[in-house]
Design a protein around this ligand. Structure first.
Ligand code: ZN
Length: 423
């Protein structure tokens, strides 16, 4: 089954330079695949019925639901969870700054980027502008900005521990300064509104270089935002071609994972819990019915993970060394930074066998702190059985990450089996 070509992932990444674009692109594609756009403020009782396929966008988050024809008030859920955001530089208020004859933009740091990777690369600003009437405009600037390195001649110690000052060294240049420079005004032009009508914006940088295959055999893939658009894309592909099974399939892609998930569009908020409660209610169920449904439900928390770096293999566990091209990861952690337990591992094994894809376990070296995902947050909020998976990457949180061309499609194939409860 060719569920996901790497070219389609490249198209999705290109259409999704930030979380707001990613959520909108998921909704656009699912609408094209027959999903109805759902309004959170509306009564859902006529929209969410057996056989319904719906999608809703909340800021930079998106949730899609596919209800089987056989659904009842206690039908369990299969949730594929992911996140739409990535580390970046985020435009500050009063962004028009500069010095030494150059126009610069004031930015803060979003999430945990590898700062060195954001230097010397042409950057887009992408995200949303909200006008004084409260209307949202999605915009992207094109190649406006670059954070230039200081020449090695001016800092002979540059290569002995690169540690840029997070304020002084990260403000990108946008051109030669001219009288009347106004970055907000230029953003307003992108949105097709007047500068005085820009009431606020949520704009982050992204690498302008398109995703591409590379390597002597073309088997590697370089792209911005593989953490975590590989997972969002896998869920999207699965939902586009879903053959619903015995469970209600849900794709939940949250914003703000890279800054802790605590927001109204993040996994720590009530978004998913509210949607599941409302879906069960629309199918005639109350709180007890939802608890019954949740008790037999599963969440697959999908987020990019770490392949072994060939120059630093000792950073991994000696016995568990997942490789680029070896298939998606099953992520395991004793202190629940990942949710996977033995029951989740068993389900994932059945899913991958049914999808005919290889997989590999990831567990941290005890001396290397473990990252986390939306999995533990979702399991804690909902009490839903959860396991953590993801595409193995190198260069995670670089402006330009790396994976194998086959691994994202394998994750998508597994996601399709999981969401259809077809294992
Ligand atoms: Zn991630």
């Amino acid at each position: 089954m060719v569920l996901s070509s790497i070219d389609d992932l490249a198209d999705f990444v290109t259409a999704s330079p930030g979380s707001y674009h990613a959520a909108a692109e998921v909704a656009r594609r699912l609408a094209a695949a027959g999903y109805a756009l759902l309004d959170e403020t509306a009564d859902w009782s006529d929209a969410v019925v057996p056989g319904a396929r719906v999608v809703l966008v909340r800021d930079g988050a998106v949730i899609a639901v596919a209800v089987p024809e056989s659904a009842s008030a206690t039908t369990p859920y299969r949730v594929l969870g992911a996140h739409t955001d990535s580390p970046a530089l985020k435009l500050k208020p009063r962004p028009t700054i500069g010095g030494s004859g150059l126009l610069q933009a004031g930015v803060e740091i979003y999430g945990g980027p590898i700062l060195a990777s954001w230097f010397d690369r042409e950057l887009d600003f992408a995200g949303r502008i909200v006008d004084t009437d409260g209307v949202q405009h999605l915009v992207r600037s094109g190649p406006w900005a670059r954070v230039p390195h200081l020449a090695i001649h001016l800092d002979r110690d540059l290569n002995s521990g690169f540690s840029p000052d997070r304020q002084r060294d990260l403000q990108p240049i946008l051109g030669v300064a001219t009288p009347g420079d106004d970055i907000v005004g230029s953003l307003a032009t992108l949105a097709g509104i007047a500068a005085e009508d820009v009431a606020g914006y949520d704009l982050v940088t992204v690498d302008t270089q398109p995703p591409r295959r590379f390597g002597i055999a073309g088997d590697l893939f370089a792209s911005p935002r593989l953490d975590n658009l590989t997972s969002v894309h896998a869920g999207l592909r699965a939902m586009e071609s879903l053959e619903t099974g015995s469970a209600i399939a849900v794709l939940a892609a949250f914003d703000h994972e890279e800054v802790g998930s605590e927001s109204r569009s993040g996994a720590a908020g009530p978004l998913l819990a509210d949607v599941l409660e409302r879906v069960t209610a629309a199918l005639g169920g109350g709180r007890a019915d939802l608890a019954r449904a949740i008790a037999s439900s599963w969440c697959c928390s999908a987020d990019a993970g770490h392949a072994v770096h060939p120059n630093r293999p000792e950073m991994h566990d000696p016995a568990n060394r997942p490789v680029v091209g070896g298939g998606p990861l099953l992520k395991i952690n004793a202190v629940q930074r990942y949710t996977t337990d033995a029951a989740g591992a068993a389900l994932w094994g059945r899913v991958c066998r049914a999808a005919d894809v290889p997989w590999q376990e990831f567990v941290s070296n005890n001396d290397v702190p473990c990252g986390s995902t939306i999995g533990p947050i979702t399991a804690t909020r909902l009490g839903i059985r959860t396991f953590d998976v993801g595409t193995p990457l190198l260069s995670m949180h670089s402006a330009r990450e790396l994976c194998h061309v086959d691994d994202p499609g394998r994750l998508a194939a597994a996601a399709a089996v999981f969401l259809a409860a077809a294992e």
